[in-house]
Design a protein. Structure first.
Length: 192
């Protein structure tokens, strides 16, 4: 058993380095996020420093991954993903991606009462897919209604707002990414 523990501890450094490289984060940036010195982070990654909870917890938070993933804990056998819904104003938002930055996926439940447009702009690109209900999308000068099974994509620098048509709640999948990162839907052309 002691040999197994040593092997797990020895694998933490390479796992940390791979995760940081995969995310494109520098040691300096990670140090600023976690409060752990660059030299300590470097020694952790090279295996010169043994990992402990005091170091691993801020790293797990910074990478937005479970501690189990950092240490390579064996799977627990339960494949369910434990999602944590967020209440924002009147909507329920369920983050479906765990890593910050890049493309983000959300499931949103928008109540019928959210039906008064309040267009906003921000950097990014969004793709919406209606799971159930009817989604009202105000995009610049356009006012559209999408039903279940329909999708829309747009540059979020355009004034936009989406909500219910006022009839019933609407459930939506949203993919949001940085500017110029677009989702491309490939569909079989309609037969004529």
């Amino acid at each position: 058993m002691a040999n197994d523990d040593a092997a797990v501890l020895a694998s933490v450094g390479p796992r940390l380095r791979a995760l940081r490289k995969q995310r494109g984060i520098t040691l300096t940036r990670l140090s600023g996020t976690t409060g752990i010195s660059v030299s300590t982070l470097s020694r952790l990654e090279s295996g010169e420093r043994k990992p402990n909870l005091e170091l691993l917890l801020p790293l797990a938070r910074a990478y937005a991954v479970p501690l189990d993933e950092l240490v390579g804990a064996p799977p627990v056998g339960d494949p369910r993903v434990r999602l944590k819904p967020i209440r924002r104003a009147d909507m329920t938002i369920v983050p479906l991606t765990q890593s910050p930055g890049g493309l983000q996926a959300f499931k949103m439940v928008i109540p019928a009462a959210r039906s008064t447009p309040d267009p906003r702009t921000h950097e990014g690109y969004e793709w919406l897919y209606v799971l159930s209900g009817r989604l009202r999308l105000v995009l610049a000068e356009r006012d559209l209604v999408l039903k279940a099974g329909e999708a829309a994509e747009f540059d979020t620098r355009l004034p936009h707002w989406f909500g219910s048509t006022g009839e019933a709640p609407v459930e939506v999948l949203s993919l949001f990414g940085p500017q110029s990162e677009r989702v491309h839907v490939r569909a079989k052309p309609r037969e004529k």
